[in-house]
Design a protein around this ligand. Structure first.
Ligand SMILES: [Zn+2]
Length: 647
Protein backbone atom coordinates (compact mmCIF):
# COMPACT_ATOMS: atom_id res chain seq x y z
CA UNK A 1 0.00 0.00 0.00
CA UNK A 2 1.18 3.53 -0.74
CA UNK A 3 0.17 6.64 1.16
CA UNK A 4 0.79 10.17 -0.09
CA UNK A 5 0.07 13.06 2.28
CA UNK A 6 0.79 16.75 1.75
CA UNK A 7 0.80 19.96 3.76
CA UNK A 8 0.21 23.24 1.97
CA UNK A 9 3.42 24.86 0.86
CA UNK A 10 3.86 27.88 3.08
CA UNK A 11 4.09 31.47 1.98
CA UNK A 12 7.54 32.82 2.68
CA UNK A 13 6.29 36.23 3.73
CA UNK A 14 6.43 35.33 7.43
CA UNK A 15 8.03 32.90 9.84
CA UNK A 16 6.32 29.61 10.83
CA UNK A 17 3.66 29.77 13.55
CA UNK A 18 1.84 27.24 15.66
CA UNK A 19 -0.88 27.45 12.97
CA UNK A 20 1.31 26.22 10.12
CA UNK A 21 2.86 23.87 12.66
CA UNK A 22 -0.52 22.23 13.17
CA UNK A 23 -1.03 21.35 9.48
CA UNK A 24 2.46 19.97 9.42
CA UNK A 25 2.18 17.97 12.65
CA UNK A 26 -1.15 16.49 11.49
CA UNK A 27 0.41 15.36 8.22
CA UNK A 28 3.44 14.01 10.07
CA UNK A 29 1.21 11.94 12.36
CA UNK A 30 -0.59 10.43 9.37
CA UNK A 31 2.73 9.68 7.70
CA UNK A 32 4.19 8.06 10.81
CA UNK A 33 1.05 6.02 11.39
CA UNK A 34 1.10 4.68 7.83
CA UNK A 35 4.81 3.91 8.03
CA UNK A 36 4.08 1.95 11.21
CA UNK A 37 1.56 -0.04 9.20
CA UNK A 38 4.25 -0.84 6.66
CA UNK A 39 2.86 1.42 3.92
CA UNK A 40 5.09 3.08 1.35
CA UNK A 41 4.68 6.70 2.48
CA UNK A 42 5.36 9.94 0.65
CA UNK A 43 4.99 12.98 2.91
CA UNK A 44 5.71 16.36 1.35
CA UNK A 45 5.85 19.95 2.51
CA UNK A 46 7.65 23.04 1.31
CA UNK A 47 7.61 26.75 0.62
CA UNK A 48 5.69 28.88 -1.85
CA UNK A 49 8.22 31.34 -3.18
CA UNK A 50 6.81 32.71 -6.42
CA UNK A 51 4.41 35.32 -5.08
CA UNK A 52 5.04 38.76 -6.53
CA UNK A 53 5.00 40.23 -3.05
CA UNK A 54 8.27 38.37 -2.40
CA UNK A 55 9.90 41.14 -4.39
CA UNK A 56 8.50 43.80 -2.08
CA UNK A 57 9.09 42.03 1.20
CA UNK A 58 12.65 41.22 0.16
CA UNK A 59 13.20 44.85 -0.72
CA UNK A 60 11.83 45.96 2.65
CA UNK A 61 14.32 43.69 4.36
CA UNK A 62 17.12 44.89 2.15
CA UNK A 63 17.73 41.50 0.58
CA UNK A 64 17.90 40.21 -2.95
CA UNK A 65 14.76 38.13 -3.66
CA UNK A 66 16.77 34.94 -3.98
CA UNK A 67 18.60 35.49 -0.71
CA UNK A 68 15.30 36.32 0.99
CA UNK A 69 13.53 33.12 -0.12
CA UNK A 70 16.60 31.04 0.76
CA UNK A 71 16.51 32.48 4.26
CA UNK A 72 12.78 31.89 4.69
CA UNK A 73 12.88 28.33 3.34
CA UNK A 74 15.67 27.64 5.83
CA UNK A 75 13.57 28.98 8.68
CA UNK A 76 10.72 26.62 7.76
CA UNK A 77 13.06 23.65 7.51
CA UNK A 78 14.48 24.54 10.89
CA UNK A 79 11.04 24.86 12.49
CA UNK A 80 9.94 21.50 11.13
CA UNK A 81 13.20 19.97 12.28
CA UNK A 82 12.50 21.32 15.74
CA UNK A 83 9.03 19.78 15.77
CA UNK A 84 10.43 16.39 14.74
CA UNK A 85 8.64 16.43 11.38
CA UNK A 86 9.80 13.47 9.28
CA UNK A 87 8.92 14.68 5.78
CA UNK A 88 10.19 12.83 2.74
CA UNK A 89 10.42 15.85 0.47
CA UNK A 90 10.63 19.59 1.01
CA UNK A 91 9.80 21.40 -2.20
CA UNK A 92 10.59 25.02 -2.99
CA UNK A 93 8.61 26.40 -5.89
CA UNK A 94 11.68 28.24 -7.14
CA UNK A 95 13.29 24.88 -7.91
CA UNK A 96 13.74 23.85 -11.49
CA UNK A 97 11.60 20.72 -11.12
CA UNK A 98 8.63 22.94 -10.21
CA UNK A 99 9.15 25.09 -13.32
CA UNK A 100 9.23 21.98 -15.49
CA UNK A 101 6.06 20.59 -13.90
CA UNK A 102 4.11 23.86 -14.00
CA UNK A 103 4.96 24.43 -17.65
CA UNK A 104 4.00 20.86 -18.62
CA UNK A 105 0.77 21.19 -16.65
CA UNK A 106 -0.17 24.52 -18.28
CA UNK A 107 0.69 23.13 -21.66
CA UNK A 108 -1.77 20.28 -20.98
CA UNK A 109 -4.66 22.49 -19.93
CA UNK A 110 -3.96 24.87 -22.83
CA UNK A 111 -4.08 21.97 -25.29
CA UNK A 112 -7.35 20.92 -23.72
CA UNK A 113 -8.80 24.31 -24.67
CA UNK A 114 -9.14 25.57 -21.10
CA UNK A 115 -6.94 28.67 -21.32
CA UNK A 116 -7.94 31.79 -23.21
CA UNK A 117 -6.64 35.33 -23.48
CA UNK A 118 -8.81 38.11 -22.21
CA UNK A 119 -8.47 41.62 -20.99
CA UNK A 120 -8.38 41.70 -17.21
CA UNK A 121 -9.52 44.91 -15.65
CA UNK A 122 -9.94 45.07 -11.97
CA UNK A 123 -8.38 45.37 -8.59
CA UNK A 124 -5.60 43.37 -7.08
CA UNK A 125 -4.40 43.10 -3.50
CA UNK A 126 -0.70 42.37 -3.58
CA UNK A 127 -0.65 41.39 0.06
CA UNK A 128 -3.25 38.65 -0.45
CA UNK A 129 -2.32 37.92 -4.07
CA UNK A 130 -6.03 38.08 -4.82
CA UNK A 131 -8.17 39.78 -7.45
CA UNK A 132 -11.26 41.64 -6.35
CA UNK A 133 -14.21 43.07 -8.24
CA UNK A 134 -14.91 46.79 -7.81
CA UNK A 135 -18.06 45.90 -5.86
CA UNK A 136 -16.09 43.83 -3.35
CA UNK A 137 -13.80 46.67 -2.24
CA UNK A 138 -14.36 48.54 1.00
CA UNK A 139 -13.64 52.27 0.55
CA UNK A 140 -11.19 51.39 -2.18
CA UNK A 141 -9.30 49.00 0.07
CA UNK A 142 -8.88 45.25 0.27
CA UNK A 143 -12.04 43.65 1.73
CA UNK A 144 -10.10 41.01 3.67
CA UNK A 145 -10.71 42.15 7.26
CA UNK A 146 -7.19 41.12 8.28
CA UNK A 147 -5.65 43.12 5.46
CA UNK A 148 -7.52 46.27 4.48
CA UNK A 149 -4.55 47.54 2.46
CA UNK A 150 -4.88 49.70 -0.64
CA UNK A 151 -5.50 47.69 -3.81
CA UNK A 152 -3.97 48.26 -7.23
CA UNK A 153 -5.83 48.77 -10.46
CA UNK A 154 -4.77 46.18 -12.97
CA UNK A 155 -5.56 46.41 -16.62
CA UNK A 156 -3.74 43.82 -18.61
CA UNK A 157 -4.25 41.03 -21.05
CA UNK A 158 -4.15 37.76 -19.17
CA UNK A 159 -4.79 34.10 -19.59
CA UNK A 160 -7.97 32.81 -18.00
CA UNK A 161 -8.77 29.27 -16.94
CA UNK A 162 -12.25 27.97 -17.84
CA UNK A 163 -13.16 27.25 -14.23
CA UNK A 164 -16.89 27.69 -14.92
CA UNK A 165 -16.85 24.79 -17.37
CA UNK A 166 -16.15 22.34 -14.52
CA UNK A 167 -18.95 23.24 -12.11
CA UNK A 168 -21.17 20.26 -12.95
CA UNK A 169 -18.34 17.76 -13.00
CA UNK A 170 -17.09 19.06 -9.65
CA UNK A 171 -20.51 18.74 -8.06
CA UNK A 172 -20.92 15.24 -9.48
CA UNK A 173 -17.52 14.20 -8.14
CA UNK A 174 -18.23 15.57 -4.67
CA UNK A 175 -21.63 13.88 -4.68
CA UNK A 176 -20.34 10.47 -5.69
CA UNK A 177 -17.23 10.52 -3.46
CA UNK A 178 -18.26 10.97 0.15
CA UNK A 179 -15.15 11.80 2.17
CA UNK A 180 -13.51 13.60 -0.77
CA UNK A 181 -13.94 16.87 1.10
CA UNK A 182 -13.49 16.79 4.87
CA UNK A 183 -15.01 17.62 7.23
CA UNK A 184 -18.60 17.32 6.10
CA UNK A 185 -19.67 20.88 6.96
CA UNK A 186 -16.79 22.32 4.96
CA UNK A 187 -17.84 20.16 2.04
CA UNK A 188 -21.18 21.95 2.16
CA UNK A 189 -19.41 25.32 1.95
CA UNK A 190 -17.62 24.18 -1.19
CA UNK A 191 -20.83 22.92 -2.74
CA UNK A 192 -22.51 26.26 -2.04
CA UNK A 193 -19.57 28.10 -3.59
CA UNK A 194 -19.85 26.05 -6.78
CA UNK A 195 -23.62 26.32 -6.91
CA UNK A 196 -23.27 30.09 -6.52
CA UNK A 197 -21.62 30.12 -9.95
CA UNK A 198 -17.94 29.76 -10.80
CA UNK A 199 -16.20 32.64 -12.58
CA UNK A 200 -13.29 31.86 -14.86
CA UNK A 201 -10.08 32.75 -13.06
CA UNK A 202 -7.10 34.75 -14.18
CA UNK A 203 -4.05 32.48 -14.06
CA UNK A 204 -1.30 34.70 -15.37
CA UNK A 205 0.40 37.91 -14.31
CA UNK A 206 2.98 40.19 -15.80
CA UNK A 207 5.99 39.96 -13.55
CA UNK A 208 9.68 39.27 -13.53
CA UNK A 209 9.34 36.92 -10.55
CA UNK A 210 7.64 33.55 -11.00
CA UNK A 211 7.37 30.73 -13.50
CA UNK A 212 6.94 31.88 -17.12
CA UNK A 213 4.04 30.39 -19.06
CA UNK A 214 5.33 27.72 -21.45
CA UNK A 215 6.43 29.04 -24.83
CA UNK A 216 3.88 26.72 -26.48
CA UNK A 217 1.18 29.14 -25.32
CA UNK A 218 0.98 32.04 -27.80
CA UNK A 219 1.29 35.69 -26.78
CA UNK A 220 2.50 34.74 -23.33
CA UNK A 221 5.75 36.63 -23.39
CA UNK A 222 6.44 38.38 -20.08
CA UNK A 223 3.70 36.41 -18.33
CA UNK A 224 4.23 34.25 -15.28
CA UNK A 225 1.80 31.75 -13.81
CA UNK A 226 -0.42 33.23 -11.12
CA UNK A 227 1.11 32.15 -7.85
CA UNK A 228 -1.88 30.12 -6.66
CA UNK A 229 -2.07 28.02 -9.79
CA UNK A 230 1.67 27.50 -9.59
CA UNK A 231 1.62 26.52 -5.92
CA UNK A 232 -1.04 23.85 -6.29
CA UNK A 233 1.00 22.04 -8.94
CA UNK A 234 3.69 21.28 -6.30
CA UNK A 235 1.64 18.24 -5.27
CA UNK A 236 2.24 16.77 -8.72
CA UNK A 237 5.89 17.81 -8.88
CA UNK A 238 6.68 15.95 -5.66
CA UNK A 239 5.05 12.83 -7.06
CA UNK A 240 7.35 12.86 -10.10
CA UNK A 241 5.25 14.78 -12.63
CA UNK A 242 5.83 15.04 -15.55
CA UNK A 243 8.99 13.06 -16.28
CA UNK A 244 9.20 10.29 -13.70
CA UNK A 245 6.25 8.28 -14.94
CA UNK A 246 6.92 5.31 -12.70
CA UNK A 247 7.03 7.36 -9.54
CA UNK A 248 3.99 9.36 -10.60
CA UNK A 249 1.91 6.25 -11.20
CA UNK A 250 2.96 4.93 -7.82
CA UNK A 251 2.08 7.97 -5.71
CA UNK A 252 -0.55 9.96 -7.60
CA UNK A 253 -3.33 10.63 -6.73
CA UNK A 254 -2.48 11.98 -3.28
CA UNK A 255 -4.31 10.31 -0.44
CA UNK A 256 -4.75 13.47 1.65
CA UNK A 257 -4.13 17.17 1.15
CA UNK A 258 -4.21 18.92 4.55
CA UNK A 259 -4.65 22.69 4.93
CA UNK A 260 -6.28 25.43 7.00
CA UNK A 261 -9.80 26.47 6.08
CA UNK A 262 -8.80 29.77 4.44
CA UNK A 263 -7.35 28.02 1.40
CA UNK A 264 -9.94 25.27 1.18
CA UNK A 265 -13.09 26.42 -0.62
CA UNK A 266 -11.66 28.61 -3.37
CA UNK A 267 -8.50 26.70 -4.02
CA UNK A 268 -8.07 23.12 -2.81
CA UNK A 269 -11.70 22.01 -2.92
CA UNK A 270 -12.68 23.56 -6.26
CA UNK A 271 -9.97 25.21 -8.41
CA UNK A 272 -7.40 22.47 -7.91
CA UNK A 273 -9.75 19.57 -8.76
CA UNK A 274 -11.00 21.50 -11.82
CA UNK A 275 -7.41 22.07 -12.98
CA UNK A 276 -6.67 18.36 -12.55
CA UNK A 277 -9.79 17.44 -14.52
CA UNK A 278 -8.64 19.76 -17.29
CA UNK A 279 -5.19 18.15 -17.35
CA UNK A 280 -6.80 14.70 -17.44
CA UNK A 281 -5.34 13.66 -14.08
CA UNK A 282 -7.04 11.78 -11.23
CA UNK A 283 -8.21 13.80 -8.22
CA UNK A 284 -6.80 13.44 -4.70
CA UNK A 285 -8.71 11.02 -2.49
CA UNK A 286 -9.23 13.41 0.42
CA UNK A 287 -8.98 17.17 0.78
CA UNK A 288 -9.19 18.09 4.46
CA UNK A 289 -9.41 21.53 6.07
CA UNK A 290 -8.77 22.27 9.71
CA UNK A 291 -9.83 25.39 11.60
CA UNK A 292 -7.79 28.30 12.86
CA UNK A 293 -5.89 28.60 16.07
CA UNK A 294 -7.04 31.54 18.09
CA UNK A 295 -5.41 33.39 20.96
CA UNK A 296 -7.89 35.14 23.20
CA UNK A 297 -10.51 34.37 20.55
CA UNK A 298 -8.56 36.10 17.75
CA UNK A 299 -7.22 34.23 14.74
CA UNK A 300 -3.45 33.95 14.75
CA UNK A 301 -2.27 36.04 11.83
CA UNK A 302 1.06 34.92 10.44
CA UNK A 303 2.42 38.42 10.34
CA UNK A 304 0.65 39.62 13.47
CA UNK A 305 3.41 40.77 15.78
CA UNK A 306 4.62 39.66 19.17
CA UNK A 307 1.66 37.67 20.47
CA UNK A 308 1.79 35.09 17.69
CA UNK A 309 2.80 31.76 19.22
CA UNK A 310 5.80 30.41 17.38
CA UNK A 311 7.04 26.87 17.96
CA UNK A 312 10.51 27.72 19.33
CA UNK A 313 9.42 30.04 22.15
CA UNK A 314 6.52 27.72 23.06
CA UNK A 315 8.99 24.86 23.47
CA UNK A 316 11.23 27.10 25.60
CA UNK A 317 8.26 27.80 27.88
CA UNK A 318 7.41 24.12 28.32
CA UNK A 319 11.01 23.32 29.23
CA UNK A 320 11.20 26.24 31.67
CA UNK A 321 7.89 25.46 33.37
CA UNK A 322 8.29 21.70 33.72
CA UNK A 323 11.99 20.93 33.65
CA UNK A 324 11.49 18.36 30.87
CA UNK A 325 13.93 17.82 28.02
CA UNK A 326 13.54 19.66 24.72
CA UNK A 327 12.58 16.42 22.97
CA UNK A 328 9.82 15.80 25.50
CA UNK A 329 8.58 19.39 25.13
CA UNK A 330 8.26 18.77 21.38
CA UNK A 331 6.12 15.71 22.04
CA UNK A 332 4.04 17.63 24.58
CA UNK A 333 3.34 20.36 22.02
CA UNK A 334 2.49 17.82 19.30
CA UNK A 335 0.14 16.08 21.72
CA UNK A 336 -1.42 19.33 22.88
CA UNK A 337 -2.31 20.72 19.46
CA UNK A 338 -3.84 17.46 18.27
CA UNK A 339 -5.71 16.80 21.49
CA UNK A 340 -6.92 20.36 22.01
CA UNK A 341 -8.22 21.15 18.52
CA UNK A 342 -11.10 19.19 17.14
CA UNK A 343 -10.10 18.84 13.45
CA UNK A 344 -12.18 21.24 11.40
CA UNK A 345 -13.16 23.49 14.31
CA UNK A 346 -11.19 26.46 15.55
CA UNK A 347 -9.06 25.84 18.63
CA UNK A 348 -7.89 28.21 21.33
CA UNK A 349 -4.17 28.16 22.03
CA UNK A 350 -2.99 29.09 25.50
CA UNK A 351 0.06 28.39 27.59
CA UNK A 352 -2.22 27.64 30.55
CA UNK A 353 -4.18 24.90 28.80
CA UNK A 354 -0.96 23.50 27.37
CA UNK A 355 0.57 23.20 30.83
CA UNK A 356 -2.68 21.74 32.17
CA UNK A 357 -2.58 19.04 29.47
CA UNK A 358 1.05 18.43 30.28
CA UNK A 359 0.22 17.95 33.96
CA UNK A 360 -3.00 15.96 33.65
CA UNK A 361 -2.61 13.87 30.54
CA UNK A 362 1.13 13.44 30.19
CA UNK A 363 2.71 13.64 33.65
CA UNK A 364 -0.24 12.04 35.47
CA UNK A 365 -2.01 9.59 33.20
CA UNK A 366 0.83 8.47 30.97
CA UNK A 367 3.86 9.26 33.12
CA UNK A 368 2.47 7.86 36.36
CA UNK A 369 1.61 4.52 34.82
CA UNK A 370 5.22 4.06 33.87
CA UNK A 371 6.58 5.64 37.05
CA UNK A 372 4.56 3.32 39.26
CA UNK A 373 4.95 0.03 37.43
CA UNK A 374 8.63 -0.05 36.49
CA UNK A 375 9.98 0.76 39.97
CA UNK A 376 7.83 -2.10 41.33
CA UNK A 377 9.40 -4.46 38.80
CA UNK A 378 12.76 -3.20 40.00
CA UNK A 379 11.88 -3.55 43.67
CA UNK A 380 9.88 -6.78 43.76
CA UNK A 381 11.40 -8.67 40.83
CA UNK A 382 14.97 -7.46 40.80
CA UNK A 383 14.40 -5.54 37.56
CA UNK A 384 13.30 -8.56 35.52
CA UNK A 385 9.86 -8.89 33.97
CA UNK A 386 7.85 -11.90 35.17
CA UNK A 387 6.86 -14.61 32.71
CA UNK A 388 3.90 -13.85 30.39
CA UNK A 389 0.51 -14.62 31.86
CA UNK A 390 -2.90 -15.07 30.23
CA UNK A 391 -4.34 -11.69 29.26
CA UNK A 392 -6.62 -9.91 31.68
CA UNK A 393 -9.91 -9.78 29.71
CA UNK A 394 -10.73 -6.20 30.72
CA UNK A 395 -7.30 -4.88 29.89
CA UNK A 396 -7.25 -6.70 26.59
CA UNK A 397 -10.67 -5.29 25.70
CA UNK A 398 -9.52 -1.78 26.67
CA UNK A 399 -6.45 -2.14 24.44
CA UNK A 400 -8.58 -3.31 21.51
CA UNK A 401 -10.95 -0.38 21.98
CA UNK A 402 -8.02 2.03 21.87
CA UNK A 403 -6.60 0.48 18.69
CA UNK A 404 -10.02 0.55 17.02
CA UNK A 405 -10.70 4.07 18.27
CA UNK A 406 -7.46 5.41 16.83
CA UNK A 407 -7.90 3.63 13.50
CA UNK A 408 -11.44 5.00 13.14
CA UNK A 409 -10.33 8.50 14.09
CA UNK A 410 -7.52 8.46 11.52
CA UNK A 411 -10.06 7.83 8.75
CA UNK A 412 -11.77 11.14 9.49
CA UNK A 413 -8.66 12.95 10.78
CA UNK A 414 -10.34 13.24 14.18
CA UNK A 415 -7.04 13.18 16.07
CA UNK A 416 -8.62 14.47 19.25
CA UNK A 417 -11.07 11.55 19.38
CA UNK A 418 -8.25 9.12 18.61
CA UNK A 419 -6.21 10.44 21.52
CA UNK A 420 -9.21 10.28 23.82
CA UNK A 421 -9.56 6.59 22.92
CA UNK A 422 -5.90 6.01 23.81
CA UNK A 423 -6.29 7.92 27.08
CA UNK A 424 -9.28 5.78 28.07
CA UNK A 425 -6.95 2.82 27.78
CA UNK A 426 -4.35 4.54 29.96
CA UNK A 427 -7.03 5.25 32.56
CA UNK A 428 -8.07 1.61 32.47
CA UNK A 429 -4.45 0.58 33.02
CA UNK A 430 -4.08 2.98 35.95
CA UNK A 431 -7.33 1.67 37.46
CA UNK A 432 -6.10 -1.89 37.00
CA UNK A 433 -2.98 -1.10 39.01
CA UNK A 434 -5.05 0.71 41.66
CA UNK A 435 -7.45 -2.15 42.11
CA UNK A 436 -4.92 -4.95 41.97
CA UNK A 437 -2.71 -3.05 44.43
CA UNK A 438 0.52 -4.92 43.69
CA UNK A 439 2.14 -3.32 46.77
CA UNK A 440 -0.37 -5.19 48.95
CA UNK A 441 0.15 -8.41 47.01
CA UNK A 442 3.87 -8.07 47.67
CA UNK A 443 3.24 -7.54 51.37
CA UNK A 444 0.94 -10.55 51.52
CA UNK A 445 3.43 -12.75 49.66
CA UNK A 446 1.00 -13.45 46.79
CA UNK A 447 3.85 -14.05 44.36
CA UNK A 448 1.96 -15.53 41.45
CA UNK A 449 -0.73 -12.87 41.51
CA UNK A 450 1.90 -10.16 41.78
CA UNK A 451 3.71 -11.57 38.73
CA UNK A 452 0.49 -11.45 36.74
CA UNK A 453 -0.29 -7.88 37.72
CA UNK A 454 3.21 -6.60 36.95
CA UNK A 455 3.34 -8.37 33.60
CA UNK A 456 -0.12 -7.14 32.61
CA UNK A 457 0.72 -3.56 33.55
CA UNK A 458 4.00 -3.72 31.62
CA UNK A 459 2.16 -5.05 28.56
CA UNK A 460 -0.27 -2.14 28.80
CA UNK A 461 2.69 0.25 28.82
CA UNK A 462 4.23 -1.45 25.78
CA UNK A 463 0.95 -1.19 23.87
CA UNK A 464 0.53 2.45 24.91
CA UNK A 465 3.97 3.20 23.46
CA UNK A 466 2.91 1.84 20.06
CA UNK A 467 -0.37 3.75 20.17
CA UNK A 468 1.16 7.13 20.99
CA UNK A 469 4.20 6.77 18.75
CA UNK A 470 2.83 8.60 15.67
CA UNK A 471 2.05 11.61 17.87
CA UNK A 472 4.92 11.36 20.39
CA UNK A 473 7.68 9.42 18.64
CA UNK A 474 10.45 10.39 21.03
CA UNK A 475 8.40 9.52 24.13
CA UNK A 476 7.49 6.14 22.65
CA UNK A 477 11.19 5.44 22.12
CA UNK A 478 11.96 6.43 25.69
CA UNK A 479 9.18 4.23 27.10
CA UNK A 480 10.41 1.23 25.12
CA UNK A 481 13.93 1.91 26.33
CA UNK A 482 12.76 1.95 29.96
CA UNK A 483 10.88 -1.30 29.35
CA UNK A 484 14.17 -2.82 28.22
CA UNK A 485 13.11 -3.20 24.59
CA UNK A 486 16.35 -2.35 22.86
CA UNK A 487 16.47 -2.92 19.12
CA UNK A 488 12.72 -3.47 19.10
CA UNK A 489 11.10 -3.07 15.64
CA UNK A 490 7.87 -1.26 16.34
CA UNK A 491 4.83 -2.01 14.15
CA UNK A 492 1.19 -1.01 14.40
CA UNK A 493 0.15 -4.67 14.57
CA UNK A 494 1.91 -5.01 17.90
CA UNK A 495 -0.68 -2.70 19.45
CA UNK A 496 -3.35 -5.31 18.80
CA UNK A 497 -1.37 -8.25 20.16
CA UNK A 498 -1.15 -9.27 23.81
CA UNK A 499 1.80 -10.92 25.47
CA UNK A 500 4.69 -9.79 23.28
CA UNK A 501 6.98 -8.74 26.12
CA UNK A 502 9.45 -11.54 26.75
CA UNK A 503 9.51 -12.99 30.29
CA UNK A 504 12.74 -12.28 32.14
CA UNK A 505 13.38 -9.11 30.14
CA UNK A 506 15.70 -6.82 32.10
CA UNK A 507 14.00 -3.43 32.32
CA UNK A 508 15.91 -0.21 31.79
CA UNK A 509 16.48 2.57 34.26
CA UNK A 510 13.07 3.99 35.28
CA UNK A 511 12.81 7.78 35.26
CA UNK A 512 9.84 10.13 34.86
CA UNK A 513 9.13 10.68 31.14
CA UNK A 514 7.20 13.89 31.80
CA UNK A 515 8.82 15.42 34.88
CA UNK A 516 7.38 18.35 36.80
CA UNK A 517 9.30 20.99 38.61
CA UNK A 518 8.49 20.62 42.28
CA UNK A 519 6.36 23.30 43.86
CA UNK A 520 9.17 24.88 45.87
CA UNK A 521 11.23 25.41 42.72
CA UNK A 522 8.20 26.81 41.02
CA UNK A 523 7.55 29.19 43.90
CA UNK A 524 11.02 30.64 43.43
CA UNK A 525 10.01 31.83 40.02
CA UNK A 526 8.39 35.21 39.99
CA UNK A 527 5.88 34.27 37.31
CA UNK A 528 2.34 33.88 38.61
CA UNK A 529 1.04 30.32 38.69
CA UNK A 530 -0.78 29.51 35.47
CA UNK A 531 -4.52 29.52 35.74
CA UNK A 532 -5.51 25.98 34.91
CA UNK A 533 -8.31 25.82 32.40
CA UNK A 534 -10.82 23.13 33.32
CA UNK A 535 -10.56 20.18 30.99
CA UNK A 536 -13.93 19.11 29.71
CA UNK A 537 -15.35 15.81 31.04
CA UNK A 538 -12.10 14.94 32.67
CA UNK A 539 -11.95 11.48 34.19
CA UNK A 540 -10.41 11.05 37.61
CA UNK A 541 -8.63 8.00 38.85
CA UNK A 542 -9.81 6.01 41.82
CA UNK A 543 -6.83 7.39 43.66
CA UNK A 544 -7.96 10.93 43.06
CA UNK A 545 -11.46 10.04 44.23
CA UNK A 546 -10.05 8.45 47.34
CA UNK A 547 -8.58 11.76 48.36
CA UNK A 548 -12.10 12.81 49.31
CA UNK A 549 -12.84 12.21 52.98
CA UNK A 550 -16.61 11.62 52.93
CA UNK A 551 -18.26 10.82 56.24
CA UNK A 552 -21.66 10.30 57.77
CA UNK A 553 -22.55 13.08 60.19
CA UNK A 554 -25.47 14.12 62.38
CA UNK A 555 -26.83 17.67 62.46
CA UNK A 556 -26.79 18.90 66.07
CA UNK A 557 -27.96 22.50 65.64
CA UNK A 558 -29.17 24.68 62.76
CA UNK A 559 -29.86 28.41 62.56
CA UNK A 560 -30.33 31.08 59.92
CA UNK A 561 -27.35 33.20 58.88
CA UNK A 562 -28.37 36.87 59.33
CA UNK A 563 -28.64 38.72 56.04
CA UNK A 564 -28.36 35.61 53.87
CA UNK A 565 -31.68 34.10 52.90
CA UNK A 566 -30.21 30.96 51.37
CA UNK A 567 -27.74 30.02 54.11
CA UNK A 568 -28.00 28.03 57.31
CA UNK A 569 -25.31 27.67 59.93
CA UNK A 570 -25.09 24.09 61.16
CA UNK A 571 -23.09 22.17 63.69
CA UNK A 572 -22.50 18.60 62.62
CA UNK A 573 -21.09 15.70 64.61
CA UNK A 574 -18.89 13.68 62.24
CA UNK A 575 -17.95 11.01 64.76
CA UNK A 576 -16.32 12.41 67.84
CA UNK A 577 -15.68 15.78 66.20
CA UNK A 578 -18.17 18.63 65.90
CA UNK A 579 -17.80 20.94 62.93
CA UNK A 580 -19.47 24.20 62.02
CA UNK A 581 -20.63 24.37 58.40
CA UNK A 582 -22.49 26.92 56.33
CA UNK A 583 -24.86 25.28 53.83
CA UNK A 584 -26.92 26.92 51.08
CA UNK A 585 -30.06 24.94 51.86
CA UNK A 586 -32.31 27.52 53.54
CA UNK A 587 -34.79 27.71 50.66
CA UNK A 588 -35.34 23.96 50.92
CA UNK A 589 -35.14 23.26 54.68
CA UNK A 590 -36.23 25.06 57.83
CA UNK A 591 -33.56 24.91 60.58
CA UNK A 592 -35.72 22.72 62.81
CA UNK A 593 -36.21 20.19 59.95
CA UNK A 594 -32.51 19.49 59.94
CA UNK A 595 -31.69 18.88 63.59
CA UNK A 596 -31.05 15.17 64.17
CA UNK A 597 -30.72 14.34 60.47
CA UNK A 598 -27.98 12.05 59.17
CA UNK A 599 -26.06 13.69 56.30
CA UNK A 600 -22.98 13.05 54.19
CA UNK A 601 -20.15 15.50 54.72
CA UNK A 602 -16.94 16.31 52.84
CA UNK A 603 -14.67 16.35 55.87
CA UNK A 604 -11.39 17.38 54.27
CA UNK A 605 -12.57 20.47 52.40
CA UNK A 606 -10.42 23.54 52.90
CA UNK A 607 -12.14 25.76 55.52
CA UNK A 608 -13.71 28.94 54.17
CA UNK A 609 -15.24 31.96 55.85
CA UNK A 610 -18.75 32.60 54.57
CA UNK A 611 -20.65 35.68 55.82
CA UNK A 612 -18.25 35.89 58.73
CA UNK A 613 -18.79 32.27 59.74
CA UNK A 614 -15.93 29.83 59.47
CA UNK A 615 -17.22 26.79 57.58
CA UNK A 616 -15.27 23.54 58.03
CA UNK A 617 -16.81 21.10 55.59
CA UNK A 618 -19.61 20.69 53.12
CA UNK A 619 -22.87 18.75 53.00
CA UNK A 620 -23.61 16.71 49.88
CA UNK A 621 -26.91 17.52 48.21
CA UNK A 622 -28.65 17.12 44.89
CA UNK A 623 -30.91 19.63 43.14
CA UNK A 624 -32.70 20.46 39.95
CA UNK A 625 -30.54 23.00 38.21
CA UNK A 626 -31.82 26.53 38.72
CA UNK A 627 -34.30 25.52 41.46
CA UNK A 628 -32.92 26.13 44.96
CA UNK A 629 -36.11 24.85 46.57
CA UNK A 630 -35.44 21.41 45.12
CA UNK A 631 -32.23 21.02 47.12
CA UNK A 632 -32.23 17.62 48.79
CA UNK A 633 -29.55 16.46 51.17
CA UNK A 634 -27.86 13.14 50.50
CA UNK A 635 -28.30 10.73 53.42
CA UNK A 636 -27.36 7.09 54.02
CA UNK A 637 -30.18 4.89 52.89
CA UNK A 638 -30.00 2.86 56.13
CA UNK A 639 -28.77 3.96 59.52
CA UNK A 640 -24.98 4.23 59.79
CA UNK A 641 -23.01 5.35 62.85
CA UNK A 642 -21.73 8.93 62.90
CA UNK A 643 -18.25 9.13 61.38
CA UNK A 644 -18.77 6.16 59.02
CA UNK A 645 -16.64 6.43 55.90
CA UNK A 646 -18.46 6.96 52.60
CA UNK A 647 -16.70 6.02 49.35
ZN1 LIG B 1 -5.51 42.30 1.05
Amino acid sequence: MKFYVTTPIYYVNAEPTVGSGYSTIAADVLARYHRLRGDDVLFTTGTDENASKVLRVAEQRGLAPRAFVDQMAASYRQAWGELNIAYDDFIRTTEDRQRVAVQAFFDAIYRNGDLYLDKYEGWYCVSDETYFAESELIDGHCPNPECGKPVEKLSETSYFFRFSKYADRLLAHIESNPGFLLPEFRKNEAVKFIEGGLRDVCVSRRSTWGIPLPSSIPDSEGMVVYVWADALVNYLTCAGYPDDQKRFERYWPADVHIMAKDIFVRFHATLWPAMLMSAGLPLPKHVAAHGYWTVGGQKIAKSGGGSVPRPGPVLDTIVAETGCSRARAVDALRYYVLREMSFGQDGEFSGESLLARYGNDLANDLGNLLNRVLPMVARYRDGKLPQPCPPDPDMQAAARAAVGGWEAAIETLDFSAGLRAIWSFLSAANRFVDWQAPWSLAKQGEQEKLDGVLYTAAEAIRIAAVLISPVMPDTADEIEKQLGLTGWQRTWEQAGQWGLLPGGLAIGQPSPVFPRLDQSKKAQKSAPAPEVKPVEKELISIREFQKLDLRVGEVLTAEAVPGANKLLKLTVDIGGEVRTMVAGVALAYRPEDLVGKRVVVVANLEPATIRGVRSEGMLLAGWVKGDDQSITLVAPERALPKGSKVS
